[in-house]
Design a protein around this ligand. Sequence first.
Ligand code: PLP
Length: 824
Amino acid sequence: MYSKRFEKETFKAEVRDNVKTLYRKTIDEATPQQIFQAVSYAVKEVIIDDWLASQKAYDEADAKTVYYMSMEFLMGRALGNNLINMTAYSEVKEALKEMNIDLNAIEDEEPDPALGNGGLGRLAACFLDSLSTLNYPAYGCGIRYRYGMFKQKIENGYQVEVPDNWLKEGNPFELRREEYAKEVRFGGNIRFEKDPETGKDIFIQENYESVLAIPYDMPIVGYGNHVVNTLRVWDAKAITDFQLDEFDRGNYHKAVEQENLAKLIVDVLYPNDNHYSGKELRLKQQYFFISASLQAMIAKYKKKHNDIRKLHEKVVIQMNDTHPTVAVPELMRLLIDEEGLNWEEAWEVMSKTCAYTNHTIMAEALEKWPIDLFSRLLPRIYQIVQEIDRRFLIQVREKYPGNEEKVKKMAILMDGQVRMANMAIISGFSVNGVAKLHTEILKNQELKDFYEMFPQKFNNKTNGITQRRFLAHGNPLLAGWITDRIGDGWLTDLSKIANLKPLVNDEQARREFMQIKHKNKVRLAEYIKKHNGIELDPRSIFDVQVKRLHEYKRQFLNILHIMYLYNQIKEHPEMSFYPRTFIFGAKAAAGYQRAKETIKLINSVADVVNNDRSINGKLKVVFIEDYRVSNAELLFAAADVSEQISTASKEASGTGNMKFMLNGAPTLGTMDGANVEIVQEVGEENAFIFGLSSQEVINYENQGGYNPLDIYFNDWELKRVIDQLMDGTYANGDHNMYKNLYNSLLNTQCTARPDMYFILKDFRPYAEAHKRVEEAYRDEQRWSKMAILNTACSGKFSSDRTIEEYVTDIWKLKKVYVPSGQPE
Ligand SMILES: *Cc1c(COP(=O)(O)O)cnc(C)c1O
């Protein structure tokens, strides 16, 4: 047993006690939310013992630690996951049942901590789970946004954004650590002096504004190993009067300003996914959490070590995209201005400490800060960036004499902008892509110049997901079945799931596997009945596309194809057609017009199709409101088909694709991102692949695109679908509702390149791939084999595998074993 505190009677007493002390109530009087809090505090008690034990073991081992720096951590709910990882889920479920409490209902009381947009933030969360499970010392560092990703409501088919006040009821799984607060300074000017004694340059920041960063620690529990790492997210508060300079005391305006700055800085997560929007506040957020995290990191190092020149032997920083890249100049500043190193010494330490992960090659996602904004907000940091750039360009000109083109392409400072990706690549010791195809495109196209200059820095780390959340927690029926069949080793070593492979020839096993899928479809159908009021047939094919709404992900292609199928069914009612349920879930960035129009289109098509009695329920379309980690778990478990249809070359990896595969849903997709590796593992005959290759897309792009009118005028069925965007079919007669979408496909007046994402080009191959899906699904034996094989071949896609690769190639960490912190 993980802890005696989980013994039924002990645990029940603890929950009763907590309800009493927290709310002065008995269990029968407590609300579900109050019971959630009481249960969570009981669980946290256990966690804290192991948290202390982990810290002690790390201290004794003096182990190297990774600091995973990320603007986003899309954690999902903590209670259920913590219980899974403490191997106490079923014990606690039973204990609560004896008190007439349903654990699942209690879990539903927890708000999703949605401190992330999508894939990038969820990756950070999976990595933390794996780091703890694999016994590696780690900190996640980020921001404690008061408002995380907005809640999505659908009103009259349109997305409405509602603030996500996730802390309203308090977060039982966090600890405020006031004693580790750090000051962070913005703006002002830099005065330069010579130290009269040492003759060294000193830089003094004056007339700045500052805020106090206060850390909140959240425990990250490893699976069954008593390891608890820390996710440290920073809150901001104003520096109170007595901490202001002598000069500023009693300066009321200044006090109010600092109050406002502090409130604003951590107010809200920017809801853009794969899109840069140069807002000053966003840069403030970046510097705020990076400066605080690095100050804390150095302070911790100095408690045990006195030579700051060896910092890189004990810490390594992974930058999740360019968002944390101010870590480079900030670490230089701390080493030079605060620790007294000279430039060369500081560079040596910094460049051996920082590593960068690239997540996208799309131009609109690249961070480029205007120099005037950057230098005004971070004057000392800007000086350091100038010096990094100056020294780097000397190197470039040495390697490529007279080639000013190279300088233009590779400089950090160019055309009035600070190019963060260039700084990350130049300064760190590692640059990694997130899937094989993506890394090859980086090396051979997007970052070719840098690859030629620093080939040794480039490496691939194909993303992964944690099987603890996305199978053990999200799909308990399948998890239990797998454990019955092959043991529970897969929980910490997903390569073992390959032991399911022989079962494809076992008829009984195939039947059981499909029965579980059916039960999960019934569970999802109940959720949809409750939330959408739509009745589904769980025997229909559940075809699911859930991910952020983005043009490159091509939800538009999916819905156009549904419109096409609907026309077909209406015109040929006798045609044989296997009933299909198309399920979407997606949030659009608040200012992204075409994305929002796509949501409206999906909902309008759903309205028409679902209410057309004449098609006998052959086709249903569902839009899941507020797609997030908690309902994602239900969706992956219930999916028959995984839609991964991005324009080839645009999706760096994808991780949703892996979650579907793990849960036995074959991929219907393009050869993009990690789909390529999924197909490699499962075999092309167990996936449905279609469309342009990444090289074909890149070739078209290099020749300025293609002419979609050639397709439009030669495919009358497709033309009819596109015309239906403008004829009011799905808009109650309104001819303008989808004009932005229509124009994005065809109108050269409205877009530089019509159909930038090759939707018309890929339409027929996509429709044909759907035909193959239908045919395969009709053959129950064939389908059940495919489904099991997808699960059985998903071993590579555990984030445990990804983390071991980061550890071996980049971080060089050692495992630390933690004795149970539980009292005997
Ligand atoms: C996995 C996940 C994502 C990423 O999905 P992709 O299909 O890889 O874009 C986004 N949001 C949530 C809630 C997820 O769980």
